[in-house]
Design a protein around this ligand. Structure first.
Ligand code: SAH
Ligand code: SF4
Length: 356
Protein backbone atom coordinates (compact mmCIF):
# COMPACT_ATOMS: atom_id res chain seq x y z
CA UNK A 1 0.00 0.00 0.00
CA UNK A 2 1.31 3.46 -0.85
CA UNK A 3 0.70 6.70 1.06
CA UNK A 4 0.41 10.07 -0.55
CA UNK A 5 3.82 11.76 -0.63
CA UNK A 6 4.32 13.56 2.65
CA UNK A 7 6.73 15.93 4.23
CA UNK A 8 9.02 14.12 6.60
CA UNK A 9 8.72 17.07 9.00
CA UNK A 10 4.93 16.65 9.22
CA UNK A 11 5.34 13.23 10.82
CA UNK A 12 5.72 12.32 14.45
CA UNK A 13 8.16 9.52 15.17
CA UNK A 14 5.28 7.09 15.54
CA UNK A 15 3.66 8.20 12.26
CA UNK A 16 7.00 7.73 10.51
CA UNK A 17 7.41 4.27 12.02
CA UNK A 18 3.94 3.22 10.83
CA UNK A 19 4.66 4.43 7.31
CA UNK A 20 7.97 2.65 7.10
CA UNK A 21 6.40 -0.59 8.33
CA UNK A 22 3.60 -0.18 5.76
CA UNK A 23 6.25 0.07 3.05
CA UNK A 24 7.49 -3.30 4.26
CA UNK A 25 10.71 -2.16 5.94
CA UNK A 26 11.99 -2.64 9.44
CA UNK A 27 11.12 0.06 12.00
CA UNK A 28 14.84 0.21 12.72
CA UNK A 29 15.28 2.19 9.50
CA UNK A 30 12.60 4.65 10.59
CA UNK A 31 14.45 5.19 13.86
CA UNK A 32 17.74 5.71 12.01
CA UNK A 33 16.18 8.21 9.61
CA UNK A 34 14.59 10.08 12.52
CA UNK A 35 17.92 10.25 14.36
CA UNK A 36 19.72 11.49 11.26
CA UNK A 37 17.36 14.44 10.98
CA UNK A 38 16.58 15.34 14.58
CA UNK A 39 19.75 14.29 16.39
CA UNK A 40 22.45 14.69 13.78
CA UNK A 41 20.66 17.45 11.88
CA UNK A 42 21.17 15.84 8.47
CA UNK A 43 19.38 17.85 5.80
CA UNK A 44 19.83 15.81 2.65
CA UNK A 45 19.53 12.14 1.76
CA UNK A 46 23.18 12.21 0.80
CA UNK A 47 24.05 12.99 4.40
CA UNK A 48 22.50 9.69 5.56
CA UNK A 49 25.00 7.10 4.33
CA UNK A 50 23.96 4.36 6.75
CA UNK A 51 20.45 3.99 5.33
CA UNK A 52 20.24 0.84 3.18
CA UNK A 53 19.99 1.75 -0.52
CA UNK A 54 16.58 0.11 -1.09
CA UNK A 55 15.05 1.83 1.91
CA UNK A 56 16.55 5.15 1.00
CA UNK A 57 15.20 4.92 -2.56
CA UNK A 58 11.68 4.28 -1.22
CA UNK A 59 11.92 7.01 1.40
CA UNK A 60 13.16 9.50 -1.20
CA UNK A 61 10.16 8.67 -3.36
CA UNK A 62 7.64 8.94 -0.56
CA UNK A 63 8.99 11.75 1.60
CA UNK A 64 10.12 15.30 1.00
CA UNK A 65 11.89 17.58 3.46
CA UNK A 66 10.18 20.86 4.31
CA UNK A 67 12.60 23.65 3.55
CA UNK A 68 12.07 27.29 4.33
CA UNK A 69 14.67 29.27 2.40
CA UNK A 70 15.67 32.56 3.98
CA UNK A 71 14.38 35.42 1.84
CA UNK A 72 15.80 38.06 4.18
CA UNK A 73 17.49 38.36 7.54
CA UNK A 74 17.65 41.45 9.72
CA UNK A 75 19.54 41.96 12.98
CA UNK A 76 18.67 44.44 15.68
CA UNK A 77 21.25 47.11 16.50
CA UNK A 78 21.74 45.73 20.00
CA UNK A 79 22.58 42.31 18.52
CA UNK A 80 20.03 40.45 20.64
CA UNK A 81 17.38 39.82 18.01
CA UNK A 82 17.41 38.36 14.52
CA UNK A 83 14.37 38.22 12.30
CA UNK A 84 14.12 35.79 9.40
CA UNK A 85 11.75 36.14 6.50
CA UNK A 86 11.24 32.55 5.40
CA UNK A 87 9.72 31.40 2.09
CA UNK A 88 7.05 28.72 1.92
CA UNK A 89 6.55 26.39 -1.05
CA UNK A 90 3.69 28.46 -2.44
CA UNK A 91 5.77 31.66 -2.35
CA UNK A 92 4.03 32.93 0.71
CA UNK A 93 6.29 34.14 3.47
CA UNK A 94 6.39 34.04 7.22
CA UNK A 95 8.59 35.53 9.89
CA UNK A 96 10.50 33.77 12.64
CA UNK A 97 12.44 35.57 15.35
CA UNK A 98 15.50 34.52 17.37
CA UNK A 99 15.82 36.37 20.66
CA UNK A 100 18.71 36.26 23.09
CA UNK A 101 18.11 36.86 26.74
CA UNK A 102 20.66 36.35 29.49
CA UNK A 103 21.42 32.64 29.53
CA UNK A 104 18.85 31.52 27.02
CA UNK A 105 17.79 31.70 23.40
CA UNK A 106 14.13 31.80 22.48
CA UNK A 107 12.57 31.23 19.06
CA UNK A 108 9.34 33.05 18.32
CA UNK A 109 7.53 30.90 15.81
CA UNK A 110 4.61 31.50 13.47
CA UNK A 111 1.61 29.19 13.22
CA UNK A 112 -0.15 30.76 10.23
CA UNK A 113 0.65 32.97 7.26
CA UNK A 114 -1.33 36.03 8.35
CA UNK A 115 -4.12 35.82 10.89
CA UNK A 116 -7.91 35.82 10.72
CA UNK A 117 -8.50 37.33 14.15
CA UNK A 118 -8.11 40.98 13.21
CA UNK A 119 -6.82 42.48 16.48
CA UNK A 120 -6.65 46.17 15.66
CA UNK A 121 -3.13 46.87 16.94
CA UNK A 122 -1.42 43.84 15.40
CA UNK A 123 0.44 43.95 12.08
CA UNK A 124 -0.33 40.28 11.39
CA UNK A 125 -4.02 40.91 12.00
CA UNK A 126 -3.88 43.94 9.74
CA UNK A 127 -2.57 41.80 6.82
CA UNK A 128 -5.43 39.28 7.04
CA UNK A 129 -5.38 35.48 6.79
CA UNK A 130 -3.53 33.64 4.01
CA UNK A 131 -3.36 30.05 5.26
CA UNK A 132 -2.54 27.67 8.09
CA UNK A 133 1.01 26.41 8.34
CA UNK A 134 1.64 22.67 8.22
CA UNK A 135 3.22 20.91 11.20
CA UNK A 136 6.37 20.57 9.08
CA UNK A 137 6.51 24.30 8.44
CA UNK A 138 6.24 24.95 12.17
CA UNK A 139 8.95 22.38 12.99
CA UNK A 140 11.17 23.74 10.20
CA UNK A 141 11.18 27.20 11.81
CA UNK A 142 12.58 25.71 15.03
CA UNK A 143 15.15 23.74 13.02
CA UNK A 144 16.14 26.93 11.25
CA UNK A 145 16.80 28.77 14.52
CA UNK A 146 18.62 25.72 15.87
CA UNK A 147 20.83 25.71 12.75
CA UNK A 148 21.60 29.39 13.24
CA UNK A 149 22.90 28.65 16.72
CA UNK A 150 25.36 26.03 15.61
CA UNK A 151 29.00 26.97 15.12
CA UNK A 152 29.83 26.88 11.40
CA UNK A 153 32.30 24.01 11.82
CA UNK A 154 29.53 21.70 13.03
CA UNK A 155 28.00 21.82 9.56
CA UNK A 156 31.13 20.14 8.25
CA UNK A 157 31.60 17.47 10.85
CA UNK A 158 28.01 16.50 11.62
CA UNK A 159 26.15 17.92 14.59
CA UNK A 160 26.79 16.29 17.93
CA UNK A 161 25.29 18.90 20.20
CA UNK A 162 28.12 21.43 20.41
CA UNK A 163 27.41 25.16 20.61
CA UNK A 164 24.33 26.94 21.88
CA UNK A 165 21.05 25.12 22.14
CA UNK A 166 17.61 26.32 21.36
CA UNK A 167 15.87 26.07 24.71
CA UNK A 168 12.64 27.98 24.50
CA UNK A 169 9.93 28.32 21.93
CA UNK A 170 7.09 30.77 22.04
CA UNK A 171 4.21 30.29 19.64
CA UNK A 172 3.75 34.04 19.49
CA UNK A 173 4.74 34.79 15.92
CA UNK A 174 2.32 35.28 13.08
CA UNK A 175 -1.09 33.71 13.47
CA UNK A 176 -3.40 32.25 16.08
CA UNK A 177 -2.07 28.83 17.11
CA UNK A 178 -5.38 27.50 18.44
CA UNK A 179 -7.00 28.28 15.07
CA UNK A 180 -4.53 25.73 13.64
CA UNK A 181 -4.77 23.29 16.53
CA UNK A 182 -3.87 19.94 14.97
CA UNK A 183 -0.80 21.09 13.08
CA UNK A 184 0.47 23.04 16.09
CA UNK A 185 0.06 20.08 18.44
CA UNK A 186 1.73 17.67 16.00
CA UNK A 187 4.61 20.14 15.76
CA UNK A 188 4.97 20.41 19.54
CA UNK A 189 4.94 16.61 19.79
CA UNK A 190 7.78 16.45 17.26
CA UNK A 191 9.78 19.23 18.94
CA UNK A 192 9.47 17.62 22.37
CA UNK A 193 10.20 14.06 21.27
CA UNK A 194 12.93 12.84 23.59
CA UNK A 195 14.51 10.85 20.77
CA UNK A 196 14.90 14.07 18.80
CA UNK A 197 15.14 17.79 19.49
CA UNK A 198 13.96 16.99 22.98
CA UNK A 199 12.63 20.39 23.94
CA UNK A 200 10.98 20.36 27.34
CA UNK A 201 7.24 20.89 27.20
CA UNK A 202 7.71 23.51 29.88
CA UNK A 203 9.94 25.36 27.45
CA UNK A 204 7.12 25.86 24.98
CA UNK A 205 4.58 28.62 25.49
CA UNK A 206 1.52 28.96 23.31
CA UNK A 207 -0.21 32.32 23.19
CA UNK A 208 -3.85 32.52 22.18
CA UNK A 209 -6.16 35.42 21.49
CA UNK A 210 -8.78 33.45 23.45
CA UNK A 211 -10.10 30.65 21.25
CA UNK A 212 -12.35 29.09 23.88
CA UNK A 213 -12.83 25.60 22.33
CA UNK A 214 -9.06 25.33 21.85
CA UNK A 215 -8.36 26.16 25.52
CA UNK A 216 -10.86 23.50 26.62
CA UNK A 217 -9.26 20.98 24.27
CA UNK A 218 -5.79 21.75 25.64
CA UNK A 219 -7.15 21.03 29.11
CA UNK A 220 -8.96 17.84 28.10
CA UNK A 221 -5.88 16.53 26.31
CA UNK A 222 -3.70 17.61 29.27
CA UNK A 223 -1.20 19.23 26.94
CA UNK A 224 1.85 20.01 29.06
CA UNK A 225 2.89 23.25 27.32
CA UNK A 226 2.50 26.68 28.96
CA UNK A 227 -0.54 28.74 28.07
CA UNK A 228 -0.65 32.50 27.61
CA UNK A 229 -3.97 34.22 27.00
CA UNK A 230 -4.15 37.66 25.38
CA UNK A 231 -6.56 39.72 27.45
CA UNK A 232 -6.02 43.44 26.67
CA UNK A 233 -9.40 44.41 28.11
CA UNK A 234 -10.96 43.42 31.45
CA UNK A 235 -14.53 44.17 30.45
CA UNK A 236 -16.32 42.70 27.46
CA UNK A 237 -16.67 46.14 25.91
CA UNK A 238 -13.06 47.22 26.39
CA UNK A 239 -11.78 43.90 25.08
CA UNK A 240 -14.07 43.66 22.06
CA UNK A 241 -12.93 47.10 20.89
CA UNK A 242 -9.36 45.77 20.52
CA UNK A 243 -9.94 42.06 19.89
CA UNK A 244 -12.89 41.53 17.52
CA UNK A 245 -13.14 37.78 18.22
CA UNK A 246 -14.23 38.67 21.74
CA UNK A 247 -17.69 38.97 20.17
CA UNK A 248 -17.55 35.29 19.27
CA UNK A 249 -15.94 34.15 22.53
CA UNK A 250 -17.05 36.68 25.16
CA UNK A 251 -14.99 37.46 28.22
CA UNK A 252 -17.12 35.44 30.66
CA UNK A 253 -16.84 32.32 28.46
CA UNK A 254 -13.10 32.90 28.11
CA UNK A 255 -12.65 33.21 31.86
CA UNK A 256 -14.70 30.06 32.44
CA UNK A 257 -12.47 28.18 29.97
CA UNK A 258 -9.34 29.52 31.68
CA UNK A 259 -10.59 28.44 35.11
CA UNK A 260 -11.42 25.00 33.69
CA UNK A 261 -7.89 24.76 32.28
CA UNK A 262 -6.16 25.89 35.49
CA UNK A 263 -8.28 23.66 37.72
CA UNK A 264 -7.95 20.60 35.54
CA UNK A 265 -4.21 20.89 34.94
CA UNK A 266 -3.34 22.67 38.20
CA UNK A 267 -1.36 25.12 36.16
CA UNK A 268 -0.85 28.85 36.16
CA UNK A 269 -1.89 30.85 33.09
CA UNK A 270 -0.01 33.85 31.74
CA UNK A 271 -2.24 36.74 30.72
CA UNK A 272 -0.90 39.20 28.16
CA UNK A 273 -1.90 42.81 28.22
CA UNK A 274 -0.74 45.20 25.52
CA UNK A 275 -0.44 48.57 27.24
CA UNK A 276 -1.85 51.38 25.11
CA UNK A 277 -1.52 54.89 26.51
CA UNK A 278 -4.80 56.40 27.65
CA UNK A 279 -6.74 53.38 26.41
CA UNK A 280 -6.22 50.41 28.68
CA UNK A 281 -3.41 51.56 30.95
CA UNK A 282 -5.37 53.67 33.44
CA UNK A 283 -5.73 52.70 37.11
CA UNK A 284 -9.37 51.71 36.57
CA UNK A 285 -8.27 49.13 33.95
CA UNK A 286 -5.67 47.73 36.35
CA UNK A 287 -8.32 47.41 39.07
CA UNK A 288 -10.65 45.67 36.61
CA UNK A 289 -7.88 43.16 35.74
CA UNK A 290 -7.29 42.67 39.46
CA UNK A 291 -10.96 41.93 40.13
CA UNK A 292 -11.17 39.62 37.10
CA UNK A 293 -8.13 37.48 37.94
CA UNK A 294 -8.08 37.70 41.74
CA UNK A 295 -7.63 34.27 43.28
CA UNK A 296 -6.53 32.64 40.01
CA UNK A 297 -3.10 31.12 39.52
CA UNK A 298 -2.15 33.82 37.06
CA UNK A 299 0.72 36.00 35.98
CA UNK A 300 0.25 39.12 33.89
CA UNK A 301 2.73 40.01 31.14
CA UNK A 302 2.47 43.66 30.21
CA UNK A 303 3.62 44.54 26.69
CA UNK A 304 3.94 48.26 25.90
CA UNK A 305 2.37 48.74 22.47
CA UNK A 306 4.77 48.27 19.58
CA UNK A 307 4.18 50.50 16.56
CA UNK A 308 2.37 49.14 13.50
CA UNK A 309 1.33 51.07 10.41
CA UNK A 310 -2.36 50.28 10.78
CA UNK A 311 -2.87 51.52 14.34
CA UNK A 312 -2.23 54.96 15.77
CA UNK A 313 -2.03 54.27 19.53
CA UNK A 314 1.06 55.04 21.61
CA UNK A 315 2.80 52.81 24.13
CA UNK A 316 2.45 53.32 27.86
CA UNK A 317 5.48 54.88 29.52
CA UNK A 318 7.53 53.25 32.28
CA UNK A 319 5.91 55.20 35.11
CA UNK A 320 2.34 54.29 34.13
CA UNK A 321 3.40 50.67 33.57
CA UNK A 322 4.86 50.55 37.08
CA UNK A 323 1.65 52.02 38.53
CA UNK A 324 -0.34 49.36 36.67
CA UNK A 325 1.90 46.67 38.18
CA UNK A 326 1.48 48.07 41.68
CA UNK A 327 -2.29 47.89 41.42
CA UNK A 328 -2.12 44.29 40.18
CA UNK A 329 0.10 43.47 43.15
CA UNK A 330 -2.63 44.75 45.48
CA UNK A 331 -4.76 41.89 44.16
CA UNK A 332 -1.96 39.39 44.68
CA UNK A 333 -1.19 39.22 40.96
CA UNK A 334 2.46 38.96 39.89
CA UNK A 335 3.33 40.79 36.70
CA UNK A 336 6.25 41.57 34.43
CA UNK A 337 6.81 44.19 31.77
CA UNK A 338 8.04 42.40 28.68
CA UNK A 339 11.56 43.34 27.65
CA UNK A 340 11.34 45.26 24.41
CA UNK A 341 13.35 43.40 21.83
CA UNK A 342 13.87 43.92 18.13
CA UNK A 343 11.58 46.94 17.80
CA UNK A 344 14.05 48.62 15.39
CA UNK A 345 13.66 45.70 12.98
CA UNK A 346 9.89 45.31 13.53
CA UNK A 347 10.40 41.97 15.27
CA UNK A 348 8.53 42.89 18.44
CA UNK A 349 5.18 41.44 19.55
CA UNK A 350 2.53 42.14 16.97
CA UNK A 351 4.93 43.62 14.42
CA UNK A 352 5.35 40.58 12.20
CA UNK A 353 3.81 40.91 8.77
CA UNK A 354 4.69 40.05 5.21
CA UNK A 355 3.50 40.94 1.77
CA UNK A 356 3.23 38.24 -0.78
N1 SAH B 1 -2.19 35.10 18.12
C1 SAH B 1 -1.63 34.94 19.40
C2 SAH B 1 -0.13 34.97 19.42
C3 SAH B 1 0.59 36.01 18.60
S1 SAH B 1 0.65 37.64 19.16
C4 SAH B 1 -2.20 35.96 20.37
O1 SAH B 1 -2.80 36.91 19.93
O2 SAH B 1 -2.07 35.74 21.57
C5 SAH B 1 1.63 37.64 20.62
C6 SAH B 1 1.25 38.76 21.59
O3 SAH B 1 1.55 40.06 21.07
C7 SAH B 1 -0.24 38.78 21.90
O4 SAH B 1 -0.48 38.95 23.28
C8 SAH B 1 -0.69 40.02 21.16
O5 SAH B 1 -1.88 40.53 21.64
C9 SAH B 1 0.47 40.93 21.31
N2 SAH B 1 0.49 42.03 20.35
C10 SAH B 1 -0.08 42.08 19.14
N3 SAH B 1 0.17 43.26 18.55
C11 SAH B 1 0.92 43.98 19.41
C12 SAH B 1 1.52 45.28 19.38
N4 SAH B 1 1.40 46.06 18.31
N5 SAH B 1 2.23 45.68 20.44
C13 SAH B 1 2.38 44.89 21.52
N6 SAH B 1 1.85 43.65 21.61
C14 SAH B 1 1.12 43.20 20.57
FE1 SF4 C 1 -3.80 37.28 15.32
FE2 SF4 C 1 -2.63 37.34 17.72
FE3 SF4 C 1 -2.29 39.36 15.97
FE4 SF4 C 1 -4.65 39.00 17.17
S1 SF4 C 1 -2.70 39.55 18.15
S2 SF4 C 1 -4.34 39.41 14.99
S3 SF4 C 1 -4.75 36.78 17.24
S4 SF4 C 1 -1.62 37.27 15.71
Amino acid sequence: MSDAAASFHDLTREALRLRVVRWGFSPVHAARLWAYVYLERAETWAAMPELPARFRARAEKELTFTRLPVAAETRSRDGFTRKYLLSLDDDRRIETVLMRFTGRVTACISSQAGCAMGCVFCATGQMGFARHLTAGEIVAQALHVDRELRPATCNLIGYKGAGERLRNIVLMGMGEPLHNYDAVMTATDILCDTAGLSLGTKQITLSTVGVVPGIIRLADEARPIHLAVSLHGATQEERAALVPVAKKWPLDELMAACRYYSDKLQRRIFYEWTLIAGKNDLPESAHAVGRLLKGQAAQVNLIPLNPTTGYGGTPTGQEAARRFQQILAEYGLPSTVRQRRGIDIAAGCGQLATTR
